[in-house]
Write a protein that binds this ligand. Structure first.
Ligand code: FES
Length: 248
């Protein structure tokens, strides 16, 4: 606690505006920490603090610029005179569907999200994305019926909703991309054979004895066993299988 205070005192203070009110905050802080420094307490709009949950999307303007900038509050460092607000949730319609009833055809995506065809290819969605996802490109891929491409292009999406906030066609892009990734995972990607074998082994009780043994180990023995475990080598390649499964 004392150390944190020392850093705060040393850092130069700069003025920023949080939801219209001016504050002096250390220039080294992220927007999220600056907001807390200014006295706000996060109840919503804060999740992982690591740039992966998408809960902290923020829009801001800088002095002398007409541009609306955007970023994640937990990743973006404050700048002097930044005029900002957080939008932890952006309303966008999500279609409801029973996933098991889908078959993975592009027409199903069209039916669930006919808004796709309202896209005018302005690319505002890609420009605003804090993860640099080419949002317009995955929407274009879906319009062509290429669900796999859409799933791959949108892989880094963290569902923050900033794309939907800027869309003049009023698409809920991030929800559509989520459907594409689900379909890709379930229907378009080949099933992992080794996973089937592993599930069958578990169901046959092959690991029951090991599990029972683990449950009675003391903490030191558990640590030792964990450290000595066989791990997949970083360069193992697709052919690698655990020693105990060789010959099965
Ligand atoms: S808090 Fe999760 S992305 Fe910022």
């Amino acid at each position: 606690m004392t150390e944190v205070k020392a850093v705060e005192i040393k850092a130069k203070l700069i003025p920023i505006y949080i939801m219209g009110k001016k504050y002096e905050v250390p220039e080294t802080l992220t927007i999220m920490k600056a907001i807390e420094y200014a006295g706000y307490q996060y109840i919503r709009g804060c999740g992982c603090r690591g740039g992966v949950c998408g809960a902290c999307s923020t829009v801001y303007r800088k002095p002398g610029s007409y541009k609306i900038m955007s970023g994640l509050a937990c990743q973006t460092v404050v700048e002097p005179e930044m005029y900002l607000t957080q939008i932890p949730f952006y309303p966008a319609i999500r279609s409801t569907y029973t996933f098991e009833k889908l078959t993975g055809k592009p027409e199903e995506v069209f039916d669930l999200y006919h808004e796709l065809f309202r896209c005018v290819a302005c690319n505002a969605c890609s420009k605003v994305c804090p993860m640099d996802v080419e949002v317009m490109d995955y929407i274009a891929a879906l319009k062509r019926g290429d669900i796999k491409a859409a799933a791959e292009i949108s892989f880094d999406c963290i569902q923050c909703g900033l794309c939907a906030s800027r869309c003049m066609g009023e698409l809920p892009q991030y929800h559509i991309a989520q459907l594409a990734r689900r379909i890709n995972g379930r229907y378009l990607t080949p099933q992992a054979e080794h996973l089937k074998t592993m599930v069958a082994n578990i169901e046959a009780g092959r690991y029951q004895e090991s599990l029972t043994g683990l449950k009675v180990m003391d903490i030191n023995m558990l640590k030792e066993t964990y450290t000595a475990r066989e791990m997949e080598p970083a360069t193992g390649g697709e052919d690698w299988i655990p020693k105990e499964n060789i010959g099965l």
